[in-house]
Design a protein around this ligand. Structure first.
Ligand code: SF4
Length: 193
């Protein structure tokens, strides 16, 4: 039991490893689907927010940087960032961007568009990113990797900024995965609310 606990305390290392592997080879971005699908599966199966509370490496990473390394200002978040309007609005925006990313992947899959070797940070800034082994897999597999890795980096940048400005895990207040698992849990256990 002690070993299990200590292993789960170090999930933040997996988060750092994920981003490092992505820099080494963009195809590792696909591994991020685990962090995307696992919280949803756990909450659909009735586990509520256990992913957030126990397994999320990113949440732990913000805690580690903000709390252990004392990088956080530990200030309260502005009220509007905590409001349902902002949280649900951000979730909608995030899912829309996710849908656009999937559509771009489909266009490459269908041959209607060519592969764009670029990371897009904060849905705005383009960072050219050359792949070293372009013929390893189909272009659409690379396109998804670029899109998904951009999304993972963007959410981590936003999380880091809010960690620095406010409290270590302020990102968790409006994290789309957290909002989604909360909505699923509410629908499952309090369907009338
Ligand atoms: S809210 Fe998001 S970042 Fe925070 S613990 Fe949950 S999944 Fe991780």
């Amino acid at each position: 039991m002690k070993n299990k606990k200590s292993f789960l305390d170090y999930m933040w290392i997996l988060s750092i490893t994920y981003f490092s592997l992505g820099f080494f080879n963009i195809l590792f971005a696909w591994l991020g689907l685990l962090a995307f699908l696992t919280p949803i599966i756990i909450s659909v199966l009735g586990g509520g927010k256990s992913y957030c509370n126990i397994y999320c490496g990113r949440g732990q990473l913000f805690n580690f940087l903000g709390d252990k390394l004392k990088l956080s200002r530990y200030k309260p978040m502005p009220k509007f960032l905590k409001s349902n309007l902002f949280r649900y609005g951000f979730l909608t925006f995030f899912l829309t961007m996710f849908g656009i990313m999937l559509f771009n992947t489909y266009l490459v899959f269908a041959g209607a568009s060519s592969l764009k070797e670029v990371l897009t940070l904060l849905w705005t800034f383009k960072l050219p990113w050359e792949i070293t082994n372009p013929n390893l897999v189909s272009p659409w597999i690379y396109q998804f990797a670029f899109g998904f890795y951009s999304m993972m980096l963007t959410s981590t940048i936003l999380g880091l900024v809010t960690m620095l400005l406010f409290k270590p895990r302020s990102w968790c207040v409006y994290c789309p995965m957290g909002t989604m698992t909360q909505l699923i849990s509410k629908a499952k256990f309090n369907p009338n609310k």
